[in-house]
Each structure stands twice: as C-alpha cells, then as structure tokens.
Design a protein around this ligand. Structure first.
Ligand code: PHE
Length: 450
C-alpha cells in the first residue's frame, strides 16, 4: 500500500520487467545517438571508453538505482525523501532531467515516424540526395511538428493506461522485432563493397583524437543510454517484486543495451564507409545511412527501410514512456494527482518545449540560450550536466546515507541469493564513482570551453 491507500502497481512477470527496463534503456540513445557520437568522436577509442564507463560506472549505478527503488517502494523523489528529507532535491533534479529530455526526445521520435512513411514514398535516390531530403525535412517549420505531436500522443496513450497494462505489453512484443531488424541491416551493410573500412573505424582505436571532451561525451552517453542519473531506474525498481535478483537484472539490462548500441554501430558504419558518407555528419546519420542502404538494394528495399523505422519508433516509445513515467509517478506519489491528470498536465508542457526544440533547427535557428538552440540546449544540459550530477548524487546518497546492511539485504534478497561482488560494488559506489564522475565532468567542461 502506498500513502494514498492504493496498492502499488507491480510488474506482471520477470521477463516483463526486463523487457520494460531494457525498453527504457534501448532507444534513440542507442540507434540514433550512439552512432553519430561515435562518428564525431573518432570511432574505436570512443567505443572503448564508453564500454568501460558502461560496465564500471553504469552497471554499478543501475544496481544502486534498483536497490534504492525497491527498498523504498517509491519513485525517484519519494525514494530519496523517505530515507532523508534533505535529499528530496536529488530526486527533483531527476524529475527535471526527465522533463528536459522530453523537451527534445519526441522531436527525434517524430522523425522516426515520418521516415516510416518517407521510406515508402520516394527516398530512392543517391545518399547525397537522401541527406538533402533529411536536412529539408527537419528544418521545415510545420511537418516535423505534426510528427512530434503524433509521437507524444502515443506516449500519452500508453502511460495513461498504467504500468503493467501499457508499458509492459509494448516492450514485450516490440523489442525483439527491433533486434531482428538491426541484425538484418548489419549483415547487409557488412556485405557491401568497401564495408571493411567501417569495421576498422569501429574496432581499431585511434587514441590520438581523445580529449577530456571525449570522456565526458562517453560518460554522458553511458548515462543517457542506460536511462541512469534521473530516477528512471529507481522508479522502475520500485515496481519490482521482492523475489527478483537485482544485480542480475541490472546486468542483463546493461548487456542488452550495450548489445543494441554495438549492433547499431555495425548496422551504420560499414555501410557509411561503403557509401563514402562522412562519419562526422552528426544527428542525421541514421536517417541518411539506413535509407541509403535500402535504396541501393532496390526491390523490397523501401519496405525494409519502413520496417526499420517502425522498429526505431517503437524503441523510442518504450524509452520515452519511461521518461514520462518518471514525471507522472512524481505527480502521483508526491502530489497525489490521479494518473490521467498527471499525464495530461506534464505532456502539455512537453509539447511546448518540443515545439521550441524542433523550430530551433530551422525557423528559429537564430534564437539561442547560452549560445545554442533549444534542441541542443536541452540535449547538452541533460546528458552532459544533469544526468552526471544525478548519478553522482545517487552514489553519494547510496554510499553515505543508506544503511550498508539494508543495501546488502536488498541486493541479496535477505541473504537468499548471493552477490559476491557486493563489497566491490559498495566501494565503487561510495568512493570511486563520485570522484570519477567529478573528474570527468571537470576535465570535459574545461576541454569544451578551451
Ligand atoms: N535510454 C534512453 C535511450 O537510450 C533514453 C532515456 C534516458 C530514457 C533517460 C529514460 C531516461 O534512448
């Protein structure tokens, strides 16, 4: 029972939870963002740093978020508050991050939906022309807004229906579809002539281009991709059964997320090099490379391209519903709002932010906040600053303000399952990770502002 006297909703099954948490993690972060960041940060070296951060910092934080969430049985803010009132702000920062990410995420989600249709109606041209089409599309003042609105409406529909009913069903059916399509694209890409250079770019690290900014980009991407540092996994953990093994769930989700990102890399880079597209092209990468692969294929190519964007849309949806859920859970748990009302109020504000973000790429490109447009502003603010701060705060909170034995009990289900790495995990969370995040953040910001 929670404070409103209602029974807290629970995940229907273990596989349902993993699919939903992996659904939150696997999204535009893996398939849209990871490839273009890799391209802009020099390839293999960035990937190695990223993998290190994912498995040392990310996995530890995800384990901590699950533990704090299930232990308190509360969403982000409530979880902090129930243990220590002074920490309420850390939860609020998380909710705010979720809010800000929802200020640009649905814009890209809208692009994905648009490309389902565009794949079928005339992207059968050379890669350069496909690139021009993308540029014209995202800078159009009206069209992307309509797609973004459609994407948000889908979110509202799923989240308004509640935890087990909506999110879980969507994740269970649609995640496997996405992985299958990515594998098919990767195989196709790797068999194109000239694809070898792409594999080399991905797997032969060149450390000469690595700077403090590379480390910060890799760390931010690890948080963003794993849905960490903002209370999302705390909220999901709070819906988790007492019998579930938290460290193993965290590992499975992290491995699936990383697998999906690497698969996206394999789907994009071999083809990109085969077509002679620049790896540094930026946010348009997937929207240009994937249609190009399929256009070159002819025949049923356009249909397969449409399928890819259906899968991308779904991946984006299972992530964005988790972002919306963080905000909604806060309004329900802390403000005693009914679910539907919470969903409508928060999504209304998100629409406004998204309109600004979308227009900042075209009609309003002259309007800037601290030197960047609204889209980049929401993006940089969340992934380079808020999520890292959120992760750092969560570690300090878990390490210094939660009883160690409570954590041990939570992570071993009262001693009924073993977690041999407990001491290592605990020391990482308490000492190593907060210091590491602080160093990476400072070095990164210094190298960006130089
Ligand atoms: N992890 C999601 C993605 O990779 C984005 C996300 C970030 C979702 C933070 C929830 C919380 O697309």
């Amino acid at each position: 029972m929670d404070q409103t006297g209602q029974k807290r909703e629970n995940w229907g099954s273990r596989i349902g939870f993993i699919m939903a948490a992996a659904g939150s993690a696997v999204g535009l972060g893996n398939i849209w963002r990871f490839p273009y960041l890799t391209g802009m940060n020099g390839g293999g070296a960035f990937i190695l740093i990223y993998l290190f951060f994912v498995f040392v910092i990310g996995l530890s934080i995800m384990t901590a978020e699950f533990a704090v969430g299930r232990n308190s049985g509360k969403a982000a803010v409530g979880a902090y508050k129930s243990k220590n009132k002074n920490w309420t702000f850390a939860g609020v920062i998380g909710v705010l991050s979720g809010f800000l990410i929802m200020g640009f995420y649905p814009v890209v989600g809208g692009w994905a939906i648009a490309y389902i249709v565009k794949s079928l109606t005339g992207l059968t041209a050379a890669p350069e022309a496909i690139g021009d089409t993308f540029g014209a599309f995202i800078t159009n003042p009206v069209e992307p807004l309509a797609w973004m609105a459609l994407f948000l409406v889908l979110n509202v529909f799923i989240v308004a229906k509640g935890v087990a009913g909506g999110i879980e069903k969507a994740g269970k059916i649609l995640m496997p579809t996405l992985l299958t399509i990515l594998i098919l694209i990767a195989i196709r890409g790797m068999t194109l002539e000239g694809a070898g250079a792409g594999l080399e770019f991905l797997f032969k690290p060149d450390f000469s281009k690595v700077t403090g900014a590379t480390f910060l980009a890799a760390l931010g991407q690890a948080f963003f991709s794993l849905s960490l540092g903002m209370g999302c996994m705390i909220t999901y953990g709070s819906y988790l059964n007492k019998e579930e093994n938290l460290p193993s769930n965290a590992f499975i989700v992290t491995a699936m997320d990383t697998g999906a990102a690497l698969l996206a890399g394999l789907a994009i880079f071999p083809a990109l090099f085969a077509f002679g597209i620049e790896p540094t092209s930026g946010p348009g990468l997937v929207f240009v490379v994937v249609p190009s692969i399929f256009a070159a294929m002819g025949g049923i190519g356009p249909v397969l391209s449409a399928f890819f964007f259906v899968a991308l849309t779904v991946a984006a949806l299972t992530s964005s519903v988790s972002l919306l859920e963080v905000v909604v859970a806060y309004l329900m748990d802390e403000r005693n709002m009914a679910r539907k009302k919470a969903v409508y109020i928060s999504s209304t504000i998100m629409v406004i932010m998204c309109v600004l973000a979308s227009l900042s790429l075209g009609a309003m490109s002259g309007v800037t906040f601290l030197g960047v447009g609204a889209f980049d502003f929401f993006d940089i603010l969340t992934d380079k600053i808020f999520l890292a701060i959120g992760g750092l705060l969560l570690c300090v909170f878990t390490g210094w303000f939660v009883n160690k034995e409570d954590l041990r009990k939570e992570l071993t289900n009262n001693g009924t399952v073993s977690f041999g790495l407990f001491e290592i995990w605990y020391n990482l969370v308490k000492y190593v990770i907060p210091v590491a995040i602080a160093i990476v953040a400072v070095a990164g910001i210094m190298s960006i502002t130089q």
